[in-house]
Design a binder for this molecule. Structure first.
Ligand code: NDP
Length: 314
């Protein structure tokens, strides 16, 4: 029986957009909706999921593979009965990395040039010439997490002329980037960083890592960009660092909780730019193409590049 993708999308409209995307990139690949009452499990079924509901768990455990439509899989591993024996592959592909690198570059430049201040001035029709003379070639950017996204982001910033260093769990080389690895090296990595980019996955080891002590190691008045997860940040410590000048500003694409409650002090903070978790989501067609490649890879008996290590948590 040929491989088939069972799409667990919320509602008919979402399913239809996935069906059309698969029809464009792989017209011969059968797809069906998880919610179709006539659907019967077949031996070569692969599930495409984001947030499956609890009823799905049993059927998920009979799948040949599970492809998550997001790059973060922490929400899946947090589900008590999520099947751990089925290969789980994260969303990836070149477009995801390109989108993330573009977002981070925009965020870095926004912090360097004080873009939040300009936006506030514009809102109040204030013409104040607050010139900034910080440049890329004198700015040290630190990227936490040098995986599929972080390595691409770090190398892209290095190409733009920034001085880039990165931090990861295990030692390895990333061309053009000074690499630090392991928890013991964290203070050394942070020392002198002018703009810190968080691209770590949400795991037990990374929860609450970014707190007052963490910020104190950065250069005075550093900028902070969070595109990883809100889970990494102690939010009250972030607000304190923004208020006392430890940080000059923050660009936050991810927060806890999402959506951010209306009463959060982050919304109106004069040094915070907020975006609603939009840094990197590839087009449906690109995601479908990626999923087709993952299925082909698993069908050949090979290991997809973004296969999750469930025990490690990413
Ligand atoms: P990867 O799994 O490819 O890379 C994770 C990196 O983090 C690796 O370099 C890994 O180190 C490092 N790492 C993990 N745990 C630790 C630790 N305890 N200490 C130090 N380093 C650690 O992930 P991606 O690059 O694909 O994605 C990263 C995260 O970005 C996702 O988990 C997700 O949360 C977030 N994301 C956000 C999006 C958005 O729109 N805002 C979109 C997509 C993803 P090593 O290489 O040594 O294993």
């Amino acid at each position: 029986m040929p491989a088939r993708i069972v799409i667990s999308a919320d509602g008919h409209k979402a399913f239809e957009s996935w069906r059309q995307a698969f029809a464009t990139v792989a017209p011969d690949l059968p797809v069906c909706s998880w919610f179709d009452p006539a659907w019967q499990l077949q031996p070569d079924d692969y599930a495409l999921v984001w947030k499956p509901d609890m009823e799905h768990m049993e059927r998920l455990s009979s799948m040949k593979g599970i492809i998550c439509t997001g790059a973060g899989i922490d929400h899946l591993l947090a589900l008590p009965n999520f099947p751990r024996g089925v290969p789980l592959v994260r969303m990836g592909g070149e477009q995801t990395a390109r989108l993330m690198a573009d977002y981070v570059l925009w965020a870095v430049i926004s912090l360097l040039r004080g873009a939040r201040t300009w936006a506030i001035q514009q809102q109040h029709a204030v013409w104040r010439n607050n010139v900034c003379s910080r440049t890329s070639d004198t700015t040290r950017v630190g990227v936490m997490g040098l995986g599929h996204l972080g390595a691409f982001v770090a190398q892209d910033l290095a190409k733009m002329g920034f001085h880039v260093s990165g931090w990861k769990r295990l030692p390895s080389d990333v061309k053009g980037v000074k690499v630090w690895s392991g928890m013991d090296s964290l203070p050394g990595f942070l020392a002198g960083v002018d703009i810190l980019v968080n691209l770590l996955p949400a795991t037990h080891a990374t929860k609450g890592l970014i707190d007052s002590d963490f910020f104190s190691h950065l250069s005075k008045g550093a900028g902070f960009i969070n595109v990883g997860r809100g889970h990494h940040v102690v939010q009250k410590d972030l607000l304190k660092a923004l208020d006392d000048g430890t940080l000059c500003g923050a660009v936050l694409d991810v927060v806890t909780p999402e959506p951010l409650p209306a009463e959060s002090a982050l919304w109106q903070h004069p040094h915070v730019i907020l975006t609603p978790h939009v840094a990197s989501e590839a087009s449906r067609e690109m995601q479908a193409r990626y999923a087709v490649d993952v299925v082909a890879c698993l069908e050949r008996g090979e290991r997809p590049a973004l296969l999750c290590d469930v025990a490690r948590g990413y």
